[in-house]
Design a protein around this ligand. Structure first.
Ligand SMILES: [Zn+2]
Length: 174
């Protein structure tokens, strides 16, 4: 299984909620503070979404494992296996277990721009919107503004449109 020289081929941890505490740096912190981690399969034709069994992951990587990828270290998000397609690798999202959808109900759609060179990290949230129609317009304009970049239109973690999927249309999509 290939990794890049710096071991950075993995996911990003999207800071889903702005008011998420900044002190959460490790998987142990996440568990202790009740953060729920959501994984989205790396495989574009799968995109299965599931809640990570944190206790299970901790058994393998330990509580000190960094939540975000660290240069030179293999990150758990690379190794995690999708229960739907059995492929390895996932994007990791965070949300607060005690209050899963607080305050952001009005801004559930986002247009995200992802790194395409190795790290696959979230580069920016290009837009947030309450309306799916507005969000679609923002997505279209982001695709024009960042030609060739990997963009997704999402309702929270659910991927509605994916610029890379359009490029391979003709395959099994949707
Ligand atoms: Zn999958």
């Amino acid at each position: 299984m290939a990794t890049t020289p710096r071991g950075l081929r993995s996911c990003s941890v999207h800071e889903h909620l702005e008011r998420m505490p900044r002190s959460i740096n490790t998987l142990g912190d996440a568990r202790d503070s009740g953060q729920e981690l959501v994984a989205i399969c790396d495989e574009i034709r799968c995109r299965h979404r599931w809640i990570i069994d944190l206790d299970h992951v901790l058994k393998f990587v330990g509580t000190g494992h960094s939540l975000t990828p660290v240069g030179g270290e293999r990150h758990f998000s690379e190794r995690i296996r999708c229960p739907a397609c059995r492929g390895r690798g996932a994007f990791i999202w965070m949300r607060h277990m005690a209050d899963p959808e607080p305050l952001l109900v009005g801004l559930s759609y986002s247009v995200n721009r992802w790194d395409t060179k190795g790290s696959r990290a979230l580069l920016e949230v290009a837009a947030k919107a309450t309306s799916e129609i507005v969000a679609n317009a923002a997505y279209d304009s982001a695709v024009g503004h960042y030609p060739g970049d990997h963009l997704t239109l999402q309702q929270r973690a659910r991927i509605i449109r994916d610029s890379r999927v359009q490029l391979i249309r003709g395959g099994k999509v949707g």
